[in-house]
Ligand binder design. Structure first.
Ligand SMILES: NC(=O)C1=CN([C@@H]2O[C@H](COP(=O)(O)OP(=O)(O)OC[C@H]3O[C@@H](n4cnc5c(N)ncnc54)[C@H](O)[C@@H]3O)[C@@H](O)[C@H]2O)C=CC1
Ligand SMILES: O=C(CO)COP(=O)(O)O
Length: 333
């Protein structure tokens, strides 16, 4: 029997994942915009978020959250982090008991500093909860480029039962039981994508980008372990994999924000010109508080924070980093 999927969120990644699951399982995607719902149902496209992409024909879109989730065997959350709580609360009365809920968002909730699976757990106790994450730039996956992802759930057998829902020939889904590490890998790497974007936008060079990626990995691993993630996760697809893809790609929205900052544009202007979310901007704010709480040294994230929120420019950020003491490359412990 095929599991039925109800996916909430009609942006670029929600639509991409819905198009993937529709190849394997009956899938309904909820979007809050009627024009997008009509376009998906009539033309099998979502041109606002995925120009030139053709979606799986069997994918059905719906404007009603209730209709999207009430018969679903798996719920997938595809809205940005700051909206997840509100959207899930609306869906909650219509979700059947024990149905697994899988998060796609890569961010942290500003008001509570919670991970998305923690928000889901708070709203929906008793449901199996997981995250699908990894180096997965939506705009590549639609054009038939191979990619790999991780589905992380505490219960390995449930993760295994969901693998075939998301997998296809060119989209390889591995399992992992480290939900915390996988989720943090996806959220934290966005900060370093802003950093490498800033470097690329100001012509800093390939060596600089490699240094930021490598030291960024050390930084996010330190915080990730302090928050309960496993060290090995951060060198896997959800950690290093996603960090490398996002930090090196002009298709990344976070890299784009950094790139434009590097070119001298203001954050307000950059955000006002984008119609998609760049989670790293808000995640940087939350991570500064987490770094303080867990007493973790995060020099790159700190410089990015100062550019985003304290009026520093890209030169200030690079000067700040160069002044930072170079200790041993090895992590304590
Ligand atoms: N685009 C990508 O390549 C990938 C994105 N992600 C993550 O997936 C999450 C969603 O990102 P995208 O789909 O790319 O973003 P997007 O900016 O393309 O679309 C966001 C969608 O959420 C909807 N939305 C926002 N607030 C809402 C609310 N309060 N109620 C209902 N709908 C709301 C918007 O209307 C839009 O349809 C983000 O956390 C992102 O980091 C993860 C992997 C890849
Ligand atoms: O998470 C992503 C790729 O894995 C998408 O990154 P952006 O949100 O920066 O586009």
């Amino acid at each position: 029997m095929k599991l039925k999927v109800g996916l909430l969120g009609g942006g670029s990644w929600g639509t991409t994942v819905a198009s993937l699951t529709a190849k394997n399982s009956p899938t309904i995607i909820w979007a809050r915009n009627q024009e997008i719902v009509d376009e998906i149902n009539t033309h099998h496209t979502n041109t606002k978020y995925l120009p030139n992409a053709k979606l799986t024909h069997s994918l059905r879109a719906c404007i009603s959250i209730k209709e999207t989730v009430e018969d679903a065997d798996v719920i997938v959350m595809g809205v940005p982090s700051q909206s997840l709580r509100e959207v899930l609360a609306e869906a909650k009365p219509h979700i059947r008991p024990w149905v697994p809920i899988i998060n796609l968002a890569k961010g942290l909730e500003i008001s509570t500093k919670m991970r998305m699976t923690e928000v889901i757990e708070e709203l929906m106790p008793g449901h199996p909860i997981g995250v699908l994450t990894g180096p997965n730039l939506a705009k590549e996956i639609h054009f038939g480029k191979a990619a790999a992802a991780v589905i992380a759930m505490v219960d390995h057998s449930i993760a295994q039962s969901l693998q075939p829902v998301f997998s296809s020939g060119l989209f390889r889904v591995y399992t992992n039981d480290d939900v915390i590490g996988c989720e943090l890998g996806g959220a934290l790497k966005n900060i370093y994508a802003i950093a490498t974007g800033m470097g690329d936008g100001s012509n800093a060079g390939d060596n600089t980008r490699a240094a930021i990626i490598t030291r960024g990995l050390a930084e996010l691993t330190r915080l990730g372990i302090a928050m309960g993630g496993k060290k090995s996760t951060f060198s896997g697809l959800a950690g290093m994999g996603d960090l490398v893809a996002t930090c090196s790609s002009a298709k990344s929205r976070n890299h784009h924000v950094g790139f434009q900052l590097g070119r001298g544009k203001s954050l307000e202007q950059i955000i006002s010109e984008m119609n998609e979310v760049a989670e790293g901007v808000k995640t940087t704010k939350v991570v500064m508080e987490l770094a303080k709480h867990y007493k973790i040294d995060m020099p790159i994230a700190k410089e990015i924070y100062k550019v985003l929120y304290e009026g520093n420019n890209v030169n200030d950020a690079f000067k700040g980093l160069l002044k930072y003491e170079t200790g041993s490359e090895k992590e304590p412990g």
